[in-house]
Design a binder for this molecule. Structure first.
Ligand code: ZN
Length: 1100
């Protein structure tokens, strides 16, 4: 132990935190001399370590004239530190240890976190089993632990950040691009509108993301030194006493404490106060009693009622607002939702209180309206007030709170682990709250006491003189006369008309109200039987057992042998081609699914709030039902769901509502984020049968309630049933559940030769296709490309190993080149992509630059990567292997994750339960030469044999083209960034006159080259590379694509396609003809004989 733990200096150590029953972590809270409060977590079984630091400053502290500054500082903090000046040093370190990092800026806090492998992983050492019970007694040295290096890099951000000059503009651009990504998203738009309509004196009113104008142009115009301003913000608001640090590792608490002390004691403490906003109201009289009508991008209809409420942070023993949200948000019989749903006015309802900051809070009620509901919104407001009056006229009901207390305790007691970075990031934020330290884990979740007084106070806020509402719809009222400043949302706002307000008051005060409105009845789903029979297990089973396999049913079962929670998962697949024969049957199956779910809302609500949920879904190979949660009453819910599935009575009125809801979701689909849409297109090209939304939308129009009523019994009439029972269930229970399924549905058997075969289309070797499509949202400015290379059949384990490894090897370089250096856009993804039998590699970019330009930059990157592989040393190569292996070996954190993994392998038809192990075995022996060969064959643009398809989604609106002056300004920062990445010393003094001399766009290229050649004396090869990257970052590089792409000759046969078109891209125009020309892969088959999974009969 180091001297720093000298016990002669008394330090308070809080270790006895209230914790879940099965939590095997140990906790310690200490405060360092600089007043940094730290929570240390030792987890003897973790394979990932993590740390998070939360600073009690956020966008509420933005300067009035520089909205977004807190967010920009969050971005810039990572740009180099005194100790580790290289700007991507931190991420490189994390990536080489299978790690990642992230950060977010909230209203009153900024949260930074990372996660990485707990141990150094080398392919040789990692194949031996890792759990090691004696680990906690050994102290781990800094060199042995990847965590130490990460903590040291992380800590420097708060000790001596450099805010590197040349990264400032670039990070402001990243913020700008992040904001542009959100511009067309309704959640952001409506949230901001609500903010803008609050008291201008409250910081909630402001715009928090920031953009190029607020963070760059305007400050510059005012003569502000931007970087200085960021540093000043940091200087003013960041202080050790405002920070909370959480570190989770394999190391014991003393070691962690010593490390944390050594690194984080250096953070300066400025003794800054915790900010509060007590004396400024969120809504003043001016902002209350207003009605706002807003027009969404999506075709959605919602009514949101907001009450000015209070901040309940200090009331965590009783959580009073949960009494109100429980009753108002209830969905069972007697509830508001049940009543307005029966009238055909609503599809959903939610309610809840939120503390916005110390000193302010809101209570919101949100209703999803039907078309009819929109017409009756005023009546809905009145009904809500009638229900509130019903709640308020009674004393706070102790039995209701007792139910909540009981359930919250059960949930906490059996809470399972979540991933390390979620744990640390979440707890660091929670530590900012005034919770008693021993209750840090439990306080946010558990209701401890019934406090009638506090509940009565809470109820007093829900009054007709203390609210306002917003109605969101594309149809009504149509005369929006204003535009919100930051997102451009059209809206109209005015005082609630006096006559309507009087009606609301009358409804609230009347003793008469609809007899349908009632308090909920006792919840029968609260679990009582919570026993788990725990046994000593040497090695948990890695696969479920096959305990029944006949013509009708295949049943898989595994009794939980490692998580010991009183929970279970039951998943059922009704296998039949009927649900997806044509777009029409697919649409009918979708309507059926939604109608069943709709019919179960009231019944399943009690189960839902008691930790028991079900899901019913349709897909290309049939229908599925799953039930998950406490096993005590699981069969009760399952039976009800099955009966509903069998006996659904399609009512005309509900059908109309559901039909409208689906039809809107289809219409909304192509207004979504382009990078969300693009995957659907890529998948469309991978299989024969998948259909696009537009095909489904066409079919939907003609389908009637009667059609669905006649259709669904046909789906269930003949099918094969496959079931997984997993968790706290004995074999007899699994068999019983299976009987229940069979007896309830009673399908005829479907012969195995009729089971749908899962397979994909094969992209031929030597092909190069482009599919172009214009995006429908006219206001969207972001293009999106998904560039995919087909690698082969995913069932081939060696190929899959190479696919995973190449994904890891290119991960950081893609991001660094295309996002950081070339600044193509905020959304840049790369890595393996998989279909059923499809193994691919893809790069996805969402950008204001056009798709052909992006295509060129991707090819340019891939070409340059050949050299990167050549130059990669063996050590780095082994690190990459280690990183993928450790990802594949990552432990499952809870019962749900294990159940999902089993079900995925069953549902895929491959039953490859040991896939992770197989992958590790196949990655370990891979050599650099093999990877180079793989890359040169399947990925390199120079390969005549690779198979490529890219989808280009083209925005209608053009982003504003930067002026020559803007490009010139950008050029100097761009060059500094690239020179640094290329390890070349830049020379801004020599560069400046060259930039000044540029008088037209045509001069830029030669100015760069001359500067690199004459001023920096670089070799021709370096000059070419840097010049090209600089031109790319300015959006001026040669796209490398012909202006006109040749349309595909759809009559071309497969062999025709193989004929060496690899160089010139071919445009897909007729998708059907194109698909018809492709061959199919072999279908998925079990990787092992299923008999191997049968239980050893001798043991029975
Ligand atoms: Zn950000």
């Amino acid at each position: 132990m180091g001297d720093s733990l000298d016990r002669s200096v008394p330090r308070e150590r809080i270790e006895d935190l209230e914790r879940p029953a099965l939590d095997d972590r140990s906790y310690r809270i200490v405060t360092l001399p600089n007043k940094l409060e730290v929570l240390l977590i030792h987890d003897p079984n973790t394979d990932k370590s993590s740390a998070a630091l939360d600073v009690n400053v956020g966008s509420f502290s933005d300067a009035e004239d520089m909205p977004g500054i807190a967010h920009a500082v969050e971005h810039l903090l990572f740009m180099g530190t005194k100790k580790y000046p290289e700007e991507n040093n931190y991420n490189k370190y994390l990536t080489s240890h299978s790690g990642h990092s992230n950060a977010y800026t909230a209203s009153t806090s900024t949260n930074y976190y990372f996660e990485l492998a707990s141990k150094h992983s080398t392919p040789t050492s990692s194949t031996s089993p890792s759990p090691n019970a004696t680990q906690e007694n050994l102290s781990i040295t800094k060199e042995q632990s990847p965590l130490w290096g990460a903590l040291d890099r992380f800590g420097q951000f708060f000790i001596c950040p450099l805010f590197l000059e040349d990264t400032v503009d670039r990070e402001i651009r990243a913020v700008d691009s992040e904001n542009k990504k959100n511009l067309q998203a309704d959640t952001w738009r409506l949230h901001q509108l609500n903010k803008n309509l609050s008291n201008p004196a409250h910081p909630y009113n402001h715009f928090s993301t920031g953009n190029w104008t607020t963070l760059h142009d305007e400050p510059l115009a005012r003569g502000v030194q931007i970087r200085e301003e960021f540093m000043k913000f940091h200087e003013q608001h960041y202080s050790a006493n405002r920070m909370k640090l959480v570190v989770l590792g394999l190391e014991n608490l003393d070691t962690l404490e010593e490390w944390v002390e050594e690194i984080f004691s250096e953070i300066p403490n400025k003794n800054l106060p915790r900010k509060r906003w007590d004396d400024v109201a969120l809504y003043t009289e001016k902002e209350l009693l207003i009605q706002t009508f807003a027009r969404p991008v999506f075709e959605s209809r919602t009514l949101e009622i907001s009450f000015l409420y209070r901040d309940e942070e200090e009331m965590y023993e009783s959580h009073p607002s949960r009494y109100l949200s429980h009753l108002i948000g209830h969905e069972g019989p007697g509830s508001i939702l049940s009543y307005i749903k029966a009238k055909g006015w609503a599809n959903g309802l939610g309610a809840g209180g939120s503390s916005l900051c110390p000193g302010s809070g809101l209570f919101n009620i949100n209703v999803k309206l039907t078309e009819d509901g929109l017409k009756h919104y005023q009546e809905i407001v009145k009904i809500i007030f009638q229900y509130i009056a019903l709640v308020r006229e009674r004393e706070p009901q102790k039995w209701i709170v007792d139910e909540q207390i009981g359930m919250s305790k059960v949930e906490f007691r059996f809470r399972q682990k979540s991933p390390p970075s979620r744990t640390t990031s979440g707890l660091a934020a929670i530590m900012q709250k005034p919770y008693e330290r021993k209750q840090l884990l439990s306080a946010p979740a558990v209701i401890k006491t019934f406090d009638a007084e506090l509940i009565s106070q809470a109820m007093s806020y829900l009054r007709p003189d203390n609210f306002r509402f917003m109605l969101v719809s594309q149809e009504f009222p149509g005369d929006w006369d204003k535009k919100e400043k930051w997102y451009g949302t059209e809206y109209k706002t005015e005082k609630i008309p006096e006559d309507f307000l009087q009606e609301v008051k009358a409804a609230f005060e009347a003793k008469e109200r609809p007899s349908e409105l009632l308090l909920p009845h006792k919840n029968e789903f609260i679990p009582n039987r919570l026993e788990v029979e725990k046994k000593e297990i040497e090695q948990p089973l890695k696969a479920p057992k096959l305990i029944r396999n006949d013509d009708s049913v295949r049943l898989w079962w595994k009794k939980d042998d490692q998580y010991w929670v009183p929970k279970a998962n039951v998943s059922i697949h009704f296998r039949t081609p009927m649900a997806h024969l044509t777009p029409r049957t697919a649409v009918m199956a979708t309507l059926y699914r939604e109608l069943v779910n709709d019919a179960l809302v009231e019944y399943s609500y009690d189960a839902d709030i008691s930790g028991l949920v079900y899901e019913f879904s349709n897909h290309s190979t049939g229908l599925s039902v799953s039930v998950q949660g406490y096993n005590d009453k699981l069969h009760v819910l399952l039976e009800k769901v099955l009966v509903q599935i069998r006996d659904l009575d399609v009512h005309e009125d509900r059908f109309k509502i559901i039909h409208d809801r689906i039809s809107r979701s289809f219409r909304n689909w192509d207004f979504g984020q382009p990078f969300h849409q693009v995957g659907t297109y890529s998948r469309w090209f991978r299989t024969d049968s998948s259909c696009m939304i537009e095909d489904l939308a066409k079919e939907l129009e003609g389908v009637t309630a009667q059609d669905v009523q006649q259709f669904f019994p046909q789906v269930l009439a003949q099918c094969h049933i496959e079931i997984l029972c997993h968790g706290n269930l004995y074999k007899e229970e699994a068999l019983k559940i299976t009987d229940l399924v069979e007896k309830t549905i009673k399908p005829r058997t479907l012969p195995p030769n009729q089971w749908p075969v899962k397979r994909c289309l094969i992209l031929p070797s030597g092909s190069n296709f482009i599919y172009e499509r214009q995006l429908r949202d006219p206001a969207n400015i972001n293009h999106c490309i998904e560039y995919t290379l087909y690698l082969g059949n995913r069932m081939d384990p060696v190929l899959r190993a190479k696919q995973l490894l190449i994904g890891q090897m290119t991960d950081e370089p893609v991001f660094n080149q295309l996002r950081t250096i070339e600044q193509l856009g905020y959304v840049v993804f790369s890595g393996p992509t998989a279909g059923i039998t499809y193994a691919g590699y893809r790069i996805l970019i969402q950008s204001e630059k056009d798709c052909r330009y992006l295509e060129g930059r991707i090819e340019h990157f891939l070409t340059s990567f050949e050299k990167t592989i050549d130059e990669m040393n063996e050590d780095d190569f082994e690190k990459h292997k280690g990183a993928v292996i450790s990802k594949r070996q990552e432990k499952l954190k809870n019962l749900g994750q294990e159940g999902n993994r089993f079900w995925n392998h069953i549902f895929s038809d491959a039953y490859d339960f040991l896939q992770a192990e197989t992958d590790v075995e196949n990655i370990a022996p891979l050599t650099k030469d093999q990877m180079k060969e793989f890359f040169m064959h399947y990925i390199s643009p120079s390969s005549p044999r690779r198979a490529k398809l890219s989808v280009h989604l083209i925005a209608q609106k053009q982003a504003k083209e930067p002026t020559l002056d803007e490009k010139k300004t950008k050029l100097s920062t761009v060059l500094t960034t690239i020179c640094k990445a290329e390890e070349v010393v830049s020379n801004n003094d020599a560069l400046k006159p060259r930039i000044d001399a540029i008088s037209s766009e045509a001069d830029i290229s030669s100015a760069i080259s001359t500067h690199l050649k004459d001023d920096l004396q670089l070799s021709t090869e370096q000059v070419d590379k840097i010049a090209d990257e600089a031109m790319a970052a300015l959006g001026l590089a040669n796209a490398g694509l012909p202006g006109e792409v040749v349309p595909a000759d759809e009559t071309m046969t497969c062999t025709g396609m193989q004929g060496g078109h690899a160089k010139e891209p071919v445009l897909i125009t007729d998708v059907h003809a194109w698909k018809a020309g492709l061959q199919m892969s072999a279908g998925v088959r079990p990787v092992r004989n299923l008999e191997e999974f049968m239980e050893d009969t001798a043991k029975l």
